[in-house]
Each structure stands twice: as structure tokens, then as C-alpha cells.
Design a protein around this ligand. Structure first.
Ligand code: PBG
Length: 343
């Protein structure tokens, strides 16, 4: 006899709903945990001409995110630490007149980013991981992630190997300033090995490399370009990946691991969750995912109109990224999400 009554009505005996009966039960059986110990807060530090009187500058396409002054940066880092956030990732915004063809201000000890790294490390020691963005685009007057040259036919190209010298110098300067982790985001071939060699030669064996391994040429970086006052005209398709490719991400990731990456990254997150899943499956080092400016802007804008529940969408979007396989998540909501999770 089956458990069905004579009428033939089917009564399920397997009932997945049993594990959904109460919040405690749902937490008890959840497959994914969001943990602020794995959050990174990306932050912008701007050179303000009159630093004494300067105020943080809002970024209109990223409501709630600002270009910090050194003082407001320290306050915001402290708030992040108190909320439980593990790491901050600093991006520099130099004065337009300090940009040049090779991004000198990104390497100079007194450049806006290196000064902020030094101050933050001095202030917070090892209470938070200080990550430095290791890329030239904020510091070049043409806005590209590398230095330019011309090929035999007179076309402008982003010169891969010449750029590696700059990245090596930049990473060493960031390590000297106090970064725990340097983070090459320019998608030049061989960047991880060159940076590792340069760091080791300078005595920075303990500084880690978080490599942007699978970084796509994405329209979702739009608001970031405002955030850093980007000078870019054109696009980055000569060096960032094509959205149509997944296998290529596995190659990029394997190369970065072989070159010495301590952490690899997939970016953006939401339109590339399939890539994230496959990278997480093949990687032998921790995997980060970057919820980029456009992902933040979409949810913020819809929530401002009352079309989405902001806090619920923040947590759901981060949960999706974690479920897809991210160990570490970079998000402009790091502090806020950490607070939401502790409620
Ligand atoms: C470039 C860089 C970009 C972002 C992080 N690093 C922009 C780009 O590649 O054009 C985008 C981050 C975001 O959109 O939040 N070094």
C-alpha cells in the first residue's frame, strides 16, 4: 500500500518546506553565508587642492559613495572596521594637472594614493587589510591602464611590456607605503609575475597580490569613470576581456595563479556569475568577485524610485555572488551590508 488515500490524491512525503518553517530553521540549513570578514570596501581618495578646508565630494552616479579627503577616508575606514569589514581597496584621484602620459603620480611617494596608503596603514596597522589598486588609468592623461606607443602602421596601442615596468614600480611604492595587498587591475599579460619579482627584490615577500584575472571590458564600469574623474576616450577592449568568452577566463586565471597570484578575481560580478562559478571550481587560491559601480548604481537608482527594496536587494545580490563561488566580495555596500547582517 502507498500512503496515498483511496481517492488517489497524492500526498507528498518528501517535503523541502520543512526546512523553511522558521527563521532559525532557515539560518540553520542555509547553504551560503555572507560574512563581513570576506568583504572589501573600495574607496576613492582624491587630491583636494586646499586639503585643510576640503570636503568629501559626492559621486552623483554612486549615491552614498564619495571622493574622500584623507580625514574623511580615515573616518570611513574606522566605521568599516567597526562594522566588521575585513579590507579596504584604495583608488587614487589625482588633480587633473598631475596626470601625464605615463601616470607618474601613481608611483610617486607623495602621490595622492601612496600618501593615503601610508596614513591609513600608520593609523590602523593590521586592524584592516589595506589593498592598493595597482593600475595607471587614474593617473594617465589619456586614461588608459598602460602606457601608449605606436605600432608599425602608426596606430596607437597600449604597450604591454613597457607598462609592466610601471606596474612593478607602482607595486613597490605601494608596498613601501604600507599596503598589505597590491591589486593589479590593468589586464596586461605577465603583470603578476613582474610585480611578484619586483616586490620580492625589494624585500616585500609578505605583500600579497590580488590579481584581477578575469576582468571584462564592461559597460557596467560607467559610474566608476565618474568616480575617478577618468580621462578615457575610447575603450579598453585591447586589454580587457570580451564578454562573449568564458574559457578565456580560465586561461587568464591559471596564468595568474602560475605567475604567483595569491588571490584571483572575477569582475564584474552579476553579469558574469557563470564565469565566477567555473573559476571558483578550478582555482587553487581564494577567489574574489567585484560588484562593480554599475551594479551598485542600478539597484540604487531603482530603489530611489521606490521600484526595489534597497536593503533586500543589496543582500540578495551579495548572496548570489557568494553562492556562485566568491570567497571574497568587493562591494561599495561593504559597511552597510556588514551592519545589515549584524541586525
Ligand atoms: C581600472 C578599474 C576600473 C574599475 C576598477 N579598476 C575601471 C575600468 O576598468 O575601466 C571599475 C570598478 C567599478 O566599476 O566599480 N583600473
Amino acid at each position: 500500500m502507498t500512503s496515498s488515500p483511496a481517492s488517489g490524491t497524492y500526498i507528498p512525503s518528501r517535503r523541502p518546506r520543512r526546512l523553511r518553517t522558521s527563521p532559525v530553521m532557515r539560518n540553520f540549513t542555509a547553504e551560503t553565508d555572507l560574512n563581513p570578514n570576506r568583504f572589501v570596501l573600495p574607496m576613492f581618495i582624491a587630491d583636494h587642492e586646499n586639503s585643510a578646508s576640503a570636503e568629501p565630494t559626492p559621486i552623483s552616479s554612486l549615491p552614498g559613495v564619495v571622493q574622500h579627503t584623507e580625514d574623511s577616508l580615515l573616518t570611513a575606514i574606522e566605521e568599516a572596521i567597526e562594522a566588521g569589514v575585513a579590507a579596504v581597496d584604495l583608488f587614487g584621484v589625482p588633480l587633473p594637472e598631475d596626470k601625464d602620459a605615463t601616470g607618474t603620480a601613481g608611483i610617486a611617494e607623495d602621490g595622492v594614493l601612496n600618501k593615503a596608503l601610508a596614513r591609513a596603514r600608520k593609523e590602523f596597522g593590521d586592524d584592516v587589510l589595506i589593498i592598493a589598486d595597482t593600475c595607471l588609468d587614474e593617473f594617465t592623461d589619456h586614461g588608459h591602464c598602460g602606457v601608449l606607443s605606436t605600432d608599425r602602421w602608426g596606430h596607437t596601442i597600449i604597450d604591454n611590456d613597457a607598462t609592466l615596468d610601471s606596474y612593478a614600480a607602482m607595486a613597490v611604492a605601494q608596498a613601501e607605503a604600507g599596503a598589505h595587498i597590491v591589486s593589479p587591475s590593468g589586464m596586461m599579460d605577465g603583470q603578476v609575475r613582474r610585480i611578484r619579482e619586483a616586490l620580492d627584490a625589494a624585500g616585500h615577500q609578505d605583500v600579497s597580490i590580488m590579481a584581477y584575472s578575469a576582468k571584462y571590458a564592461s559597460a557596467f564600469y560607467g559610474p566608476f569613470r565618474e568616480a575617478v574623474g577618468s580621462s578615457l576616450e575610447g575603450d579598453r577592449r585591447q586589454y580587457q576581456q570580451d564578454a562573449r568568452n568564458l574559457r578565456e577566463s580560465l586561461l587568464e586565471t591559471q596564468l595568474d595563479i602560475d605567475e604567483g597570484a595569491d588571490i584571483v578575481m572575477v569582475k564584474p560580478a552579476m553579469p558574469y556569475l557563470d564565469v565566477l562559478r567555473e573559476v571558483a571550481e578550478m582555482s587553487t587560491v581564494p577567489v574574489a568577485a567585484y560588484q562593480v559601480s554599475g551594479e551598485y548604481a542600478m539597484i540604487s537608482a531603482a530603489a530611489e524610485r521606490g521600484w526595489l527594496d534597497r536593503e533586500a536587494c543589496i543582500l540578495e545580490s551579495l548572496t548570489g555572488i557568494a553562492r556562485a563561488g566568491a570567497d571574497i566580495i568587493l562591494t561599495y555596500w561593504a559597511t552597510e551590508a556588514a551592519k545589515l547582517l549584524s541586525r
